[in-house]
Design a protein around this ligand. Structure first.
Ligand code: MF3
Ligand code: CO
Length: 257
Protein backbone atom coordinates (compact mmCIF):
# COMPACT_ATOMS: atom_id res chain seq x y z
CA UNK A 1 0.00 0.00 0.00
CA UNK A 2 1.41 3.44 -0.89
CA UNK A 3 2.22 5.74 2.01
CA UNK A 4 0.71 8.73 0.22
CA UNK A 5 -3.03 8.89 0.73
CA UNK A 6 -5.37 10.21 -1.96
CA UNK A 7 -7.51 13.32 -1.33
CA UNK A 8 -10.50 10.99 -1.10
CA UNK A 9 -8.78 8.88 1.54
CA UNK A 10 -7.85 12.01 3.49
CA UNK A 11 -11.53 13.00 3.58
CA UNK A 12 -12.44 9.57 4.93
CA UNK A 13 -9.65 9.72 7.49
CA UNK A 14 -10.88 13.13 8.64
CA UNK A 15 -14.41 11.81 9.14
CA UNK A 16 -13.03 8.92 11.18
CA UNK A 17 -10.68 11.23 13.05
CA UNK A 18 -13.51 13.52 14.09
CA UNK A 19 -15.40 10.57 15.55
CA UNK A 20 -12.31 9.24 17.27
CA UNK A 21 -11.56 12.58 18.87
CA UNK A 22 -15.13 12.97 20.10
CA UNK A 23 -15.16 9.50 21.68
CA UNK A 24 -11.74 9.96 23.28
CA UNK A 25 -13.00 13.25 24.76
CA UNK A 26 -15.99 11.40 26.22
CA UNK A 27 -13.67 8.80 27.77
CA UNK A 28 -11.42 11.54 29.16
CA UNK A 29 -14.40 13.35 30.70
CA UNK A 30 -15.60 10.14 32.36
CA UNK A 31 -12.14 9.21 33.61
CA UNK A 32 -12.49 10.26 37.25
CA UNK A 33 -11.65 8.75 40.66
CA UNK A 34 -13.99 5.84 41.43
CA UNK A 35 -14.71 4.96 37.80
CA UNK A 36 -13.83 1.46 36.61
CA UNK A 37 -11.61 1.21 33.57
CA UNK A 38 -14.05 -1.35 32.20
CA UNK A 39 -16.82 1.26 32.17
CA UNK A 40 -14.67 3.43 29.88
CA UNK A 41 -14.05 0.44 27.61
CA UNK A 42 -17.78 -0.31 27.37
CA UNK A 43 -18.61 3.29 26.58
CA UNK A 44 -16.14 3.61 23.71
CA UNK A 45 -17.32 0.34 22.17
CA UNK A 46 -20.93 1.54 22.30
CA UNK A 47 -20.03 4.87 20.72
CA UNK A 48 -18.14 3.17 17.89
CA UNK A 49 -21.02 0.78 17.29
CA UNK A 50 -23.49 3.67 17.00
CA UNK A 51 -21.56 5.15 14.07
CA UNK A 52 -20.56 1.89 12.40
CA UNK A 53 -16.90 2.14 13.38
CA UNK A 54 -14.65 -0.65 14.59
CA UNK A 55 -12.05 -0.46 17.39
CA UNK A 56 -8.68 -0.98 15.74
CA UNK A 57 -6.76 -2.21 18.79
CA UNK A 58 -9.23 -5.00 19.65
CA UNK A 59 -7.60 -8.27 18.61
CA UNK A 60 -4.44 -6.49 17.45
CA UNK A 61 -1.32 -8.66 17.44
CA UNK A 62 2.25 -7.43 17.32
CA UNK A 63 3.26 -10.78 15.86
CA UNK A 64 1.30 -13.95 15.16
CA UNK A 65 2.67 -15.67 18.26
CA UNK A 66 1.62 -12.91 20.65
CA UNK A 67 -1.73 -12.80 22.41
CA UNK A 68 -4.16 -10.39 20.74
CA UNK A 69 -4.91 -7.15 22.58
CA UNK A 70 -8.18 -7.66 24.43
CA UNK A 71 -9.71 -4.19 24.41
CA UNK A 72 -10.69 -1.19 22.33
CA UNK A 73 -9.20 1.36 24.72
CA UNK A 74 -5.70 1.23 26.18
CA UNK A 75 -5.81 2.51 29.76
CA UNK A 76 -2.35 3.12 31.20
CA UNK A 77 -2.20 4.29 34.82
CA UNK A 78 0.75 6.09 36.49
CA UNK A 79 3.93 4.06 35.76
CA UNK A 80 2.17 2.37 32.85
CA UNK A 81 3.27 4.10 29.66
CA UNK A 82 1.04 2.48 27.03
CA UNK A 83 -1.05 -0.62 26.24
CA UNK A 84 -2.54 -0.92 29.75
CA UNK A 85 -5.69 -3.03 30.09
CA UNK A 86 -9.16 -2.11 31.24
CA UNK A 87 -10.51 -4.52 33.85
CA UNK A 88 -13.53 -4.45 36.17
CA UNK A 89 -11.13 -4.56 39.13
CA UNK A 90 -9.13 -1.57 37.95
CA UNK A 91 -10.66 1.58 39.43
CA UNK A 92 -9.28 5.05 38.79
CA UNK A 93 -7.93 6.58 42.02
CA UNK A 94 -7.63 10.21 43.03
CA UNK A 95 -4.23 11.49 41.88
CA UNK A 96 -3.83 8.98 39.04
CA UNK A 97 -2.44 10.00 35.67
CA UNK A 98 -4.26 7.95 33.07
CA UNK A 99 -3.19 7.49 29.48
CA UNK A 100 -6.15 6.79 27.19
CA UNK A 101 -5.21 5.50 23.74
CA UNK A 102 -7.83 4.68 21.14
CA UNK A 103 -7.85 3.60 17.50
CA UNK A 104 -10.70 3.44 15.00
CA UNK A 105 -11.41 1.73 11.67
CA UNK A 106 -13.88 3.90 9.77
CA UNK A 107 -14.71 3.79 6.06
CA UNK A 108 -11.90 1.27 5.69
CA UNK A 109 -9.17 3.46 7.18
CA UNK A 110 -7.46 3.60 10.57
CA UNK A 111 -6.85 6.59 12.83
CA UNK A 112 -5.06 6.64 16.17
CA UNK A 113 -4.88 9.04 19.10
CA UNK A 114 -4.16 9.31 22.82
CA UNK A 115 -4.41 11.73 25.69
CA UNK A 116 -3.36 11.73 29.33
CA UNK A 117 -5.93 12.59 31.97
CA UNK A 118 -5.18 13.79 35.48
CA UNK A 119 -7.76 12.37 37.88
CA UNK A 120 -8.29 14.66 40.86
CA UNK A 121 -5.33 15.96 42.83
CA UNK A 122 -2.19 15.07 40.89
CA UNK A 123 1.24 15.95 42.34
CA UNK A 124 2.71 19.14 40.83
CA UNK A 125 5.75 17.42 39.29
CA UNK A 126 3.51 14.85 37.60
CA UNK A 127 1.14 17.57 36.45
CA UNK A 128 4.08 19.39 34.88
CA UNK A 129 5.16 16.17 33.16
CA UNK A 130 1.74 15.81 31.57
CA UNK A 131 1.63 19.44 30.44
CA UNK A 132 5.14 19.28 28.99
CA UNK A 133 4.38 16.05 27.15
CA UNK A 134 1.39 17.68 25.52
CA UNK A 135 3.56 20.62 24.54
CA UNK A 136 6.19 18.20 23.17
CA UNK A 137 3.56 16.94 20.75
CA UNK A 138 2.76 20.53 19.73
CA UNK A 139 6.47 21.11 19.10
CA UNK A 140 6.69 17.90 17.09
CA UNK A 141 3.82 19.04 14.86
CA UNK A 142 5.70 22.26 14.05
CA UNK A 143 8.45 20.11 12.49
CA UNK A 144 6.00 18.45 10.07
CA UNK A 145 5.90 19.60 6.46
CA UNK A 146 6.75 18.29 3.02
CA UNK A 147 10.50 18.11 2.56
CA UNK A 148 11.33 17.92 6.26
CA UNK A 149 12.79 14.69 7.61
CA UNK A 150 11.08 12.20 9.89
CA UNK A 151 14.12 12.76 12.10
CA UNK A 152 13.13 16.42 12.60
CA UNK A 153 10.10 15.25 14.58
CA UNK A 154 12.16 13.38 17.17
CA UNK A 155 14.69 16.19 17.26
CA UNK A 156 11.93 18.71 18.06
CA UNK A 157 10.66 16.51 20.89
CA UNK A 158 14.11 15.90 22.35
CA UNK A 159 15.08 19.57 22.15
CA UNK A 160 11.93 20.61 23.96
CA UNK A 161 12.05 17.85 26.62
CA UNK A 162 15.78 17.85 27.41
CA UNK A 163 15.86 20.81 29.85
CA UNK A 164 13.26 19.07 32.04
CA UNK A 165 15.51 16.00 32.45
CA UNK A 166 12.64 13.64 31.75
CA UNK A 167 13.01 10.23 30.14
CA UNK A 168 12.02 9.89 26.49
CA UNK A 169 10.86 6.35 25.74
CA UNK A 170 12.98 4.95 22.89
CA UNK A 171 11.64 1.46 22.35
CA UNK A 172 8.26 2.66 21.14
CA UNK A 173 7.74 5.17 18.34
CA UNK A 174 5.16 7.04 16.34
CA UNK A 175 4.26 5.55 12.98
CA UNK A 176 2.45 5.90 9.71
CA UNK A 177 -1.24 4.95 9.88
CA UNK A 178 -4.27 4.59 7.61
CA UNK A 179 -4.31 1.33 5.70
CA UNK A 180 -2.99 -0.44 8.81
CA UNK A 181 -2.77 0.35 12.53
CA UNK A 182 1.00 0.67 12.12
CA UNK A 183 2.67 1.59 8.83
CA UNK A 184 6.03 2.95 7.79
CA UNK A 185 7.71 5.18 8.69
CA UNK A 186 8.76 4.62 12.30
CA UNK A 187 8.91 7.98 14.02
CA UNK A 188 11.38 8.07 16.94
CA UNK A 189 10.61 10.62 19.64
CA UNK A 190 14.31 11.46 20.10
CA UNK A 191 17.40 12.14 18.01
CA UNK A 192 18.26 8.79 16.45
CA UNK A 193 21.29 9.06 14.18
CA UNK A 194 20.89 5.45 13.01
CA UNK A 195 17.30 5.95 11.85
CA UNK A 196 16.77 5.71 8.09
CA UNK A 197 16.53 9.14 6.48
CA UNK A 198 12.93 9.44 5.38
CA UNK A 199 11.60 12.63 3.78
CA UNK A 200 8.05 13.69 4.52
CA UNK A 201 5.79 14.04 1.51
CA UNK A 202 2.38 15.69 1.23
CA UNK A 203 -0.31 13.06 1.76
CA UNK A 204 1.63 10.94 4.27
CA UNK A 205 -0.50 10.22 7.32
CA UNK A 206 1.39 10.04 10.61
CA UNK A 207 0.55 9.13 14.18
CA UNK A 208 2.92 11.18 16.32
CA UNK A 209 3.08 10.09 19.94
CA UNK A 210 5.68 11.23 22.47
CA UNK A 211 5.90 9.00 25.55
CA UNK A 212 7.72 10.82 28.36
CA UNK A 213 8.56 9.73 31.91
CA UNK A 214 9.49 11.44 35.15
CA UNK A 215 12.48 9.09 35.40
CA UNK A 216 14.15 6.65 33.05
CA UNK A 217 13.53 6.06 29.35
CA UNK A 218 13.83 2.33 29.97
CA UNK A 219 10.74 0.18 29.80
CA UNK A 220 9.51 -3.21 30.94
CA UNK A 221 6.60 -5.37 29.86
CA UNK A 222 4.23 -6.52 32.61
CA UNK A 223 3.26 -10.16 33.22
CA UNK A 224 0.09 -9.67 31.17
CA UNK A 225 2.32 -9.49 28.08
CA UNK A 226 0.95 -6.12 26.97
CA UNK A 227 1.26 -3.37 29.54
CA UNK A 228 4.43 -1.32 29.08
CA UNK A 229 5.71 0.26 32.32
CA UNK A 230 8.68 2.44 33.22
CA UNK A 231 11.59 0.32 34.46
CA UNK A 232 11.97 2.53 37.55
CA UNK A 233 8.28 2.86 38.41
CA UNK A 234 8.19 6.57 37.60
CA UNK A 235 4.97 8.02 36.16
CA UNK A 236 4.63 8.54 32.42
CA UNK A 237 2.55 10.64 30.03
CA UNK A 238 1.52 10.05 26.42
CA UNK A 239 -0.22 12.20 23.81
CA UNK A 240 -0.92 11.18 20.23
CA UNK A 241 -2.56 12.70 17.18
CA UNK A 242 -2.98 11.55 13.59
CA UNK A 243 -1.99 14.22 11.04
CA UNK A 244 -1.57 14.49 7.28
CA UNK A 245 1.55 16.10 5.87
CA UNK A 246 0.93 19.07 3.53
CA UNK A 247 3.18 21.27 1.38
CA UNK A 248 3.29 23.93 4.06
CA UNK A 249 2.89 21.92 7.25
CA UNK A 250 0.19 19.55 8.38
CA UNK A 251 -3.52 19.20 8.95
CA UNK A 252 -5.04 17.38 11.89
CA UNK A 253 -6.83 14.16 11.02
CA UNK A 254 -7.79 13.79 14.68
CA UNK A 255 -8.64 17.17 16.24
CA UNK A 256 -7.28 17.67 19.76
CA UNK A 257 -9.76 15.95 22.07
N1 MF3 B 1 -1.62 3.63 19.73
C1 MF3 B 1 -0.97 2.39 20.05
C2 MF3 B 1 0.32 2.33 19.29
O1 MF3 B 1 0.44 2.96 18.29
C3 MF3 B 1 -1.81 1.25 19.67
C4 MF3 B 1 -1.29 -0.04 20.08
S1 MF3 B 1 -2.25 -1.25 19.47
C5 MF3 B 1 -2.65 -2.22 20.78
O2 MF3 B 1 1.24 1.65 19.71
F1 MF3 B 1 -3.58 -2.96 20.38
F2 MF3 B 1 -1.58 -2.91 21.06
F3 MF3 B 1 -2.99 -1.54 21.78
CO1 CO C 1 -0.06 4.89 17.78
Amino acid sequence: MPLIKTPEEIEKLKRGGAILSRVLRLAADQCRAGVSTEALEKMVRQEFEKVGGRPSFLGYQTSSKDAPYSGALCVSVNDEIVHGLSLPSRIIQDGDVVGLDLGLWYEGLATDMATTVMAGKVKPDVRALVEHTREALEQALLAVKEGAGVADIGAAIEDYIKPFKYGIVKDLTGHGVGHAVHEEPHIPNYREPRAPRVRLEAGMVLAIEPMITLGTWKIQVKQDGWTIVTADGSPAAHFELTVVVTKTGYELITPWP
